[in-house]
Write a protein that binds this ligand. Sequence first.
Ligand code: PGA
Length: 259
Amino acid sequence: MPSIRVTCYHKHMLIVANWKAYVEDLPKAKRLLAVSKDLAGKVACTIVLAPPAPLLGALAAGNRSAVAFAAQDVSVTTGGAATGEITAQAYASVGASYAIAGHSERRAAGDTDTLVSEKLARALAHDLTPILCVGEREHDDGGRYLSFVREELTVALTSLPPKHRTKVIVAYEPIWAIGKTSASAMKPIDLTEMVLYIRKVLAELLPGKSSKHSLVLYGGSVEPENAHDLATRTGVDGFLIGHASVDSHMFASLVKQLV
Ligand code: PGA
């Protein structure tokens, strides 16, 4: 019997599974890939896996499925004497097609806005679609989080040539909402405001009307319990999912909330 393909709710969503350092062995990585391949065959979402680098290399080798791969980070180096660095070119050569830059866990380890911008440029130089993470530490009542996010977007994007800015996917990840449970995640009403704000800033930074095509994702404690509401009531184009992406039951149940 032919399998039935179900379209993700209201639009084709981009689901990026950020495995962080949660997955440390190949058998678990292979099990999670198998779940994603199965989901990718049934739902019309794009599923992108971001495993730790050695596991990405092993999984992407010979991958013929619709599942795509993302680097969790890329080096700003262009190769050469840089022990331990993993370049965008190395990721591209093993089959990655996306690269995350500016994740708050990398920023906490020292990545500045300027460095993040260089990482976007390195990714773009090797045809990796960059996923730029931005997000405030605190959602303060005075609204300073808005100018904080504006600054992160502005510094990261303005040093890129205008036509390259249009290729960047933005992942809004408020730090205060990361790594908790759905109850502590951002509420749809607040996310709606933030998505509109980010689109307004992108309209100022991108050439012409190109920002209309920009993808804006949300990340921060997306779980099966809140995925549907966040997907349908906020205007996001997809999610960056951490802890819920490394539990196969949770991940499958989350993706099914989107169809
Ligand atoms: P979380 O992580 O889903 O565990 O909150 C999201 C992220 O940090 O990308």
